[in-house]
Design a protein. Sequence first.
Length: 202
Amino acid sequence: MVNTFSNIGVFLLATLGILYLFAVLMRFLLQLARADFYNPISQGIVKATNPLLLPLRKVVPGLLGVDMASVVLALLVGWAMILGCGLLAGVGLFNPLSALLWSLIGCVMTVIAIAFVGLLISIIFSWIAPHSGHPALMLLRQLLEPFCAPVRRLIPPLGMIDISPIFVFILLTVADKLLFGFAQMANMPAFVYSLFWHIPGF
């Protein structure tokens, strides 16, 4: 019975933790992509993250136009999720410095997963509803532009077909595999690895 409650506790904390981490990372990515601040989805993300992010901005300044407070908050959310889930699972208290390194790996891994799944959704809807003005799809296009634009400059479209997403998928997959190797080098437990999002199938 104790294990049941422990598993429920881990599930709830991990689910809430990764959802909030997703919101923080999305805010960071949208700011980096200079996405539409007034998009209703952007506004929802801003409202969800402001309570913790605004106080943190008072002590963590931006750097070269990058919102470093969002980066720090994402690391702290991942760190707290790792330590909390470890305690609830009965694994014990992980080394806080190791947990911070694992959080960094997990956050980057989650960003790659967001870009991978987002690109897949964007491609599907480009065939189903190529001229859709839905706020979610418009925001997704803006979010993915920093990932796709550099590749598109190197690999021009073949007639009417933009093949750059294929190469973006390849690069994201390679990056995910590299991160998996870094996770092993950092002795990141499989339990901790599973707390974060990663490319499906890896």
